[in-house]
Design a protein around this ligand. Structure first.
Ligand SMILES: [Zn+2]
Length: 143
């Protein structure tokens, strides 16, 4: 049996809202606060962000569209109950454990770096670990 996680809704009836927000100095590009996903308006509207601000050898391996797809996919992962990982190639990767909702372990640098130098959000790809964690979250009735 299929499980409906998100349904297309109306202004009055919906399961999830994605809207623009203002990260300001908090330095996020995407944020899930438990109710809504926010995308930072300033960075999203900067046609050179993020690639113009990255090392050229890293930036040349990705596109801006791919990056924003990854940001939204990462936030959708949070809506399924997934917290961050320390594995750089994961969609749910974060450089440090700072800001994790429930921290089971701490990290200040990746446990395992990706072969390209890109992180999972930048590649907009779901790793096998991301998939396994989503399946576990489903079994635990997170979604
Ligand atoms: Zn996150």
């Amino acid at each position: 049996m299929d499980t409906v996680v998100f349904k297309i809704g109306s202004q009055r009836t919906h399961t999830l809202t994605i809207s623009f927000g203002n990260a300001g100095q908090d330095n996020w590009d995407g944020l899930f606060n438990g109710r809504k996903i926010y995308v930072d308006r300033t960075h999203f509207n900067d046609p050179k962000y993020p690639t113009a601000y990255m090392k050229p050898s890293i930036a040349s391996q990705m596109s801006i569209e791919q990056y924003w797809t990854g940001v939204i996919a990462h936030e959708l992962g949070h809506t399924l109950g997934l917290d961050h990982t320390a594995y750089q190639s994961d969609l749910m990767f974060a450089p440090t454990s700072d800001g994790n909702v429930i921290t089971k372990y701490l990290w200040k640098r990746p446990i395992q770096r990706s072969s390209t130098g890109l992180d999972g959000t930048e590649t907009a790809q779901i790793s096998q670990r991301d998939l396994n964690r989503a399946k576990l979250a489903k079994q635990l009735d997170y979604w």
